[in-house]
Design a protein around this ligand. Structure first.
Ligand code: DON
Length: 576
């Protein structure tokens, strides 16, 4: 369990460090930028959170009241949601954290990795066909979890409070219980049907019923060990042993997989848009590249969008045309950058995107087959989620999306630990061109390999203006994530809707395949006259069975405005 830290250290600093190594006998790097937020004057009149449930909001409030900063609050939220939002909050999954700390952007990748024993064809039968469900349910679906390592690294680098303090709210929720709400109980019932006969899910979550106080003593013990021993317990201690033991004879993950897990500090994707600096997720997410492509292409098409009302048939058509091109690129070029050279700069380059928008047909859907990956195929061929947004009054921000993929992940719960394990392996392309759970396809860039991270769409994003945080935003929703973040930003900035309305407004989605299909959410179906007009333009409408859950904070002057999506059970709150 090591962290790859891509921070450059100057020659002079290295000389000093080696001197101190000589004198102390060991080398300990304390980053110069860490833990100095308390000295800075407050720049906002409140800290703020937008999170997926009220328990996590309470946890964050407690942490702020104890003097914690945005990173402390974020880590407390992540551990709390692992208890009270078990359908997606997790320590058995992974995710991405975009940060803005002391005026600088950072990105932490704690995405799951494929186990060492994983193979390119592990989900195919002997005829080469994908075995249905194998990458979705049970032990075979599980990637090596990264959340605990991610939280440990983020808190160690930027947190102010002792580690144990940020774990305390989650431990209390696990030990003393929390009251189960209707949405969680329903999600449990739905997921249980998929897992029946395949996993031990009901042994741990059979009693998760609306209104009961649900306690998780095994999980409380795990969290207590993590509080006392740090991430080491999860990756090399008793919890690691429990995870490895649960896999024996069932799945691929071994203790060595856990010991070798690494979180990675990466360069975020950064772009200028509309007077703002966008800071967002780089590969292994496709989300940041996709979001920047969408925002820039929409801006380039300003003449075509002029006087086109939001969410009108013509608006839906023009956005779908842009999305077609984004998803053609995604399928071809996006994957884990440690295994495949992802051409991020080329894909987000203005001249390239100008060429792409020139192909947009303003009148009718372009033929799906004619929309090819825009950089050509000379590129090397081989080569249920939840989001929360936090700002503190010192002007630091955390945008975090993490996931176990489907609701309750693989449905496997580690015996003796109560940890729900992810089914993130489904985010790989099991076979080129065959769609995954979210209907998206991939190529060699996203083929399975040991230690490789599956391609994600998670898009934790921060917008800044003149060096100050302006917006913190993200959502679950699989491949819908970055098209949703895009639509809310667009509603808020281009259509000047207040953030609350921008989040509540209808959202739709197109992803190249199935051809000319526009997906709508249950929260606000596309029906009636609008449906007829969209169909008349040549589109097929399709309802999907899940909503997004945007959690966003916009800063107006020195006052945050925090909004939780009305689609979920999230809570947003300002904390003095
Ligand atoms: O990383 C990804 O893109 C997916 N595993 C996220 C899954 C998700 O958002 C589930 N929520 N509906």
């Amino acid at each position: 369990m090591k962290l790859v830290q891509k921070t450059k250290i100057s020659a002079a600093a290295l000389a000093l460090l080696s001197l101190s190594a000589l004198s102390t006998g060991f080398l300990e790097v304390t980053p110069a930028f860490a833990k100095d937020t308390q000295q800075r004057p407050a720049v906002l009149n409140a800290s703020a959170v937008a999170v997926a449930d009220k328990y996590a909001a309470d946890a964050a409030e407690q942490i702020f009241k104890e003097g914690g900063n945005a990173v402390d609050a974020a880590v407390a939220i992540a551990f709390s949601l692992a208890v009270t939002y078990p359908e997606a909050g997790n320590i058995g999954g992974g995710g991405f954290m975009t940060l803005y700390v002391n005026g600088k952007p950072y990105f932490l990748d704690y995405r799951e990795r494929a186990p060492l024993a994983a193979t390119r064809t592990m989900y195919l039968d002997d005829k080469g066909n994908v075995i249905p469900g194998k990458s979705l349910f049970g032990y075979d679906a599980v990637g090596v979890p990264g959340t605990v390592e991610g939280m440990w690294e983020a808190q160690k680098r930027f947190g102010k409070l002792p580690w144990k303090k940020v774990l305390a709210p989650a431990i209390a929720y696990a030990r003393d219980g929390f009251v189960v709400d209707e949405q969680l109980a329903k999600r449990r019932d739905d997921a249980a049907k998929d897992f029946a006969g395949k996993t031990n899910f009901d042994e741990y979550f059979g009693n998760l019923k609306e209104g009961v106080t649900f306690k998780q003593p095994d999980l409380a013990n795990v969290l207590t060990r993590i509080a006392n021993q740090g991430a080491k317990d999860f990756y090399d201690g008793k919890t690691a042993d429990l995870i490895a033991a649960s896999m024996k004879g069932h799945g691929l993950i071994t203790k060595r997989d856990l010991q070798e897990y690494k979180a990675v500090w990466r360069q975020p994707v950064e772009a200028k848009w509309n007077g703002y600096e966008i800071i967002t997720a780089p590969p292994p997410s496709s989300g940041g590249v996709g979001l920047v492509q969408l925002l820039k292409m929409k801006a380039m098409l300003a003449p075509q969008f002029k006087d086109v009302p939001l969410n009108s048939p013509q608006y839906i058509h023009l956005i779908a045309e842009i999305e077609k091109r984004v998803f053609a690129d995604r399928a071809q070029y996006l994957g884990d950058p440690d295994f495949y050279k992802v051409p991020v700069a080329q894909l987000t380059d203005d001249a390239y995107l100008a060429k792409r928008v020139a192909e947009v047909d303003p009148d009718k859907p372009s033929d799906t087959k004619s929309v090819q990956p825009g950089l050509g195929t000379s590129m090397p061929e081989k080569a249920e989620t939840t989001h929360f947004s936090v700002v503190d009054k010192w002007g630091n921000a955390v945008s975090n999306t993490y996931t176990i993929n489907g609701y309750f992940g693989s449905g496997v719960v580690v015996p003796g630990a109560g940890i729900v394990l992810n089914d993130e392996m489904d985010d790989f392309a099991s076979k080129p061109g065959v769609p995954n759970m979210f209907g998206v396809v991939g190529s060699d860039a996203n083929a399975i390999a040991p230690k490789k991270r599956p391609l994600s769409s998670m898009t934790p994003t921060i917008l800044t203006k003149d060096g100050k945080v302006a917006l913190v935003i993200g959502t679950p929703g699989g491949s819908r994530i970055f098209t949703s973040v895009f639509q809310v930003i667009n509603n808020n900035y281009d259509f000047n809707m207040p953030l609350k309305e921008a989040v509540a407004a209808m959202r739709f989605h197109h992803q190249l395949l199935p051809p000319n299909t526009i997906f709508w959410e249950p929260y606000q179906p596309i029906d009636g006259e609008l449906a007829k007009q969209v169909e008349a333009k040549g589109y097929v409408l399709k309802g999907q069975d899940f909503n997004g859950d945007i959690q966003a904070i916009r800063i107006n002057g020195d006052t945050p405005d925090a909004v939780s999506d009305p689609r979920g059970r999230g809570v947003s709150r300002l904390i003095q």
